[in-house]
Design a protein around this ligand. Structure first.
Ligand SMILES: C[S@@+](CC[C@H](N)C(=O)[O-])C[C@H]1O[C@@H](n2cnc3c(N)ncnc32)[C@H](O)[C@@H]1O
Length: 231
């Protein structure tokens, strides 16, 4: 592992605390849909046979593992600033095709034009400087390389909005307390999701960062979006 260049204390500590139960909470909260979304992320990346992939904010490494499953001769740089997350991921998915890097998404320790794809799951909503993180992702992609992000998104109001609010603000924090003993992190989740950009606004940020051919698809009653584009 390399050492992080940049510290972002509170956020990093929160992710370090929830690391042991992170996957269980994801499965329960999404009714198992997160596994399907991760498969779609790698399909959207349209990877060559021997791809070089950056999994940014890799957490417990599920996107990295899916990348190697879909492209067994690829190499993945799984990168996160929470070292307990990386340790857990390394133990769960030992693979000669995955390298584990402690680094901040705002200052990536990779040269320009390195990767065929940069993928992330539930990262962008958490970074403190979105334009800078997108600029870094654009910088390390090869020309023609693919960007794919999976994250929560602000849903457009519809008839189920009151139920979604109840689920986000009452049920998820209660599940978090019950299953992880950490209600705070699962209060942060609905708050950060509501404060994050709409799918359209994220598209505008991607265009401003220099990406082209940007598209997105919503899932789970409009609360989740996968965005993809190209350098
Ligand atoms: C919600 S988890 C997502 C983990 C995984 N990608 C997934 O799909 O389940 C967000 C991850 O992003 C990491 N993260 C947040 N901000 C970061 C930053 N600025 N630099 C690197 N990692 C960051 C956290 O440590 C955490 O592991």
């Amino acid at each position: 592992m390399t050492t992080p260049n940049h510290q972002s204390g509170a956020m990093r500590d929160m992710f370090a605390r929830i690391a042991p139960n992170y996957d269980l909470m994801n499965r329960v909260m999404t009714g198992g849909q997160d596994t399907r979304w991760r498969r779609t992320v790698l399909q959207r990346a349209d990877l060559p046979r021997s791809a070089t992939i950056l999994d940014l904010g890799a957490g417990t490494g599920n996107l990295a593992r899916e990348a190697v499953r879909q492209r067994p001769s690829s190499h993945v740089a799984a990168t996160d600033f929470a070292i307990p997350m990386l340790r857990l991921a390394q133990g769960k998915h030992p693979s000669p095709n995955i390298g584990w890097n402690a680094a901040d998404a705002l200052q990536l320790p990779f040269p320009n034009d390195t990767f065929d794809a940069v993928v992330s799951g539930f990262l962008l909503r958490n970074v403190t400087d979105l334009p800078r993180s997108l600029a870094e992702q654009h910088r390390v992609l090869k020309p023609g390389g693919k960007f794919v992000s999976l994250d929560t998104t602000k849903p457009t109001p519809h008839s189920l909005s009151p139920l979604i609010k109840l689920y986000m603000h009452k049920i998820i924090p209660a599940l978090g307390r019950l299953l992880t003993g950490n209600g705070d992190a699962y209060t942060y989740l609905p708050e950060s999701s509501e404060n994050f950009l709409s799918a359209e606004a994220l598209t505008a940020h991607l265009a401003a960062a220099g990406f082209r051919k940007i598209l997105y698809q919503r899932y789970m009653f409009g609360t989740i979006a996968i965005h993809w584009g190209e350098k």
